[in-house]
Design a protein around this ligand. Structure first.
Ligand code: ZN
Length: 527
């Protein structure tokens, strides 16, 4: 019996012996047992809706072994698991880890590992990247000065402009013949951001994406429909290689041609969908238009990212597609998608701290803020070879927490990013994030989830118009109903954002649909 499986048995035996002695107290309809093995806590959930209530240890272990065989996930790569074990077994799935050793490592061991890797990476960038050598010297610091993880805060930040100034390859820390892949931003404003990967970097990236996919329930039996764009954008290939590593079957369909997406989804038995959240909603709309029902599909979960989205948007997607919607976070400067992902608990995204150190800083002073405080997210890569990055300012505003998560992962969680400061618009001195507007609209729930913010300037006054689509039924309804709805949205926006916006209800299907990132803001001001 391998070590990991042995640990599970130890934990289960311990939990069950406590249960037999009655240590776990009163048992209601649902109850849990906890057992420890090594430094990992195993949580076993049971429910009365399951015929294993008799709690036959042998049977449970057999079921788990059978699941493992069927899912094809290797022992060391699988499970700390057993959350709601009985319920989940009924549905044919369990909570899984791709790499439980890394994802559930004790925080002490994790910090030891981070420190070891940090020293190495600082040394490497200092010796191989002229930009960092200069920046460290300007800050009066040498690699040998890094004596603890706290010393990270003494290092200078890296910002987007540094990528532009070093365009295209000057931030690379390896000779170009070791680079096996490039990706790049679209570069709509100025020079694009170019990133490079060595063969090992691609391995790391695939490993991290495998963790993300498995966190959302992907197994070797899964069919992953990857509707992220393939090409220079990191989304498509990032998901692709991760899904192949898991052993799932990937459909590299990319974005677009939505009717064909839907047909493939149905005919190929897709169970995992990956795309931007706005595109997921558009797919739901097309499914309805084609006269199909969510029951016609095998879809179970979606991994959505590359743009900020609200909790209300999550509910919409989950209801309309009948799936669980998981948030994923990443940025090409750091590695691409796969920097952080939600677990089944959906209460924050676990950042893969064995590969990245996150910090939260005050965006104005640059001072590091303690856990729990809101500020700008900053990343240092620990294992990247081609493009190691020290303290990259993401412009994303969020908070971090190290509170233990029910899923058993020990890595720090970041709150869902509800706005990139790049997406933020300032209207009459007020910071407005499109996700705030989205949240209000979905809360009211009387419009379609398609909207656009149009900002104009008349004289010195900024005007914000929010265009929202209404349903067919609503649009043919009486004018009076429409006016009342406009007033209602206006009042809500006013109370949430503190600014008065003009609300314009528009005909169904008039706001352009996006097959990638949705365009939420049209700024017509000449700033
Ligand atoms: Zn978790």
């Amino acid at each position: 019996m391998s070590g990991r499986e042995g640990d599970e048995c130890v934990a289960l035996t311990l939990a069950l012996s406590q249960w037999e002695r009655g240590d776990e107290g009163e048992r209601g309809d649902e109850w849990e047992l906890r057992g420890f093995a090594g430094n990992v806590c195993y949580i076993f959930y049971f429910t009365s809706q399951c015929d294993m209530l008799a709690c036959n240890r042998k049977k449970i272990l057999e079921e788990i072994a059978a699941f493992r065989k069927e899912s094809g996930l290797g022992l060391s790569k699988c499970v700390v698991l057993y959350r709601r074990v009985c319920v989940k077994l009924f549905r044919g799935g369990l909570v899984l880890y791709w790499n439980s050793e890394a994802e559930c490592m004790s925080r002490d061991r994790l910090q030891e590992l981070q420190f070891k890797r940090l020293r190495k990476i600082v040394e490497r960038v200092y010796n191989n990247v002229p930009h960092y050598c200069r920046a460290f010297q300007a800050a009066g610091i040498e690699p040998g000065d890094i004596d603890s993880l706290e010393d990270l805060s003494r290092l200078p930040f890296t910002v987007k402009q540094d990528f532009r100034d070093n365009y295209p390859f000057s931030l690379f820390a390896v000779p170009q013949n070791e680079v096996v892949r490039f990706h790049s931003s679209s570069g709509t404003t100025g020079k694009p951001t170019v990133v490079g990967y060595t063969r090992n970097d691609l391995g790391t990236w695939s490993e991290l994406m495998a963790r993300c996919l498995v966190s959302a329930g992907t197994t070797r039996n899964s069919v992953v429909q990857n509707a992220y764009g393939y090409g220079l954008f990191t989304g498509g290939l990032g998901v692709h290689y991760g899904a192949e590593l898991v052993g799932a079957a990937v459909i590299p369909i990319s974005g677009g041609n939505t009717q064909r997406q839907v047909m493939v989804m149905k005919d190929f038995g897709t169970d995992i969908l990956t795309c931007t959240p706005s595109y997921a909603l558009f797919i739901a709309e097309v499914i309805e238009e084609m006269g199909l029902k969510k029951e016609d599909f095998k879809l179970r979960a979606g991994i959505f990212g590359a743009e900020p989205w609200s909790e209300n948007m999550r509910q919409q997607i989950e209801t309309r597609l009948g799936i669980t919607a998981i948030d994923i976070y990443g940025l090409s400067e750091i590695i691409g998608p796969g920097v952080a992902v939600e677990c089944e608990e959906k209460c924050g995204l676990h950042i893969f701290e064995d590969h990245f150190i996150p910090e939260i800083i005050d965006p104005v002073s640059g001072a590091v803020l303690p856990y729990g405080e809101k500020g700008e997210l900053v990343f240092t890569t620990l294992t990247k070879e081609a493009l190691p990055i020290i303290r990259y300012r993401t412009r994303d505003i969020t908070t971090l927490t190290v509170e233990p998560c029910l899923c058993g992962r020990t890595h720090v969680r970041m709150a869902k990013v509800t706005g990139r400061s790049d997406d933020m618009i300032i209207v009459r001195g007020v910071n407005v994030f499109p996700t705030q507007v989205e949240s209000v609209l979905l809360e009211i729930g009387e419009t379609e989830p398609h909207y656009q913010l149009v900002v104009t300037r008349e004289g010195n006054l900024d005007l914000l118009e929010i265009q929202v689509e209404v349903s067919e039924r609503m649009f043919s309804d009486k004018i009076k109903g429409m006016e009342a709805l406009e007033r209602k949205i206006h009042t809500q926006i006013d109370s949430i954002l503190g600014i008065s916006a003009k609300i314009r209800l528009v005909e169904p299907k008039t706001i352009p649909r996006s097959e990638g990132k949705a365009k939420r803001v049209i700024d017509k001001r000449l700033l």
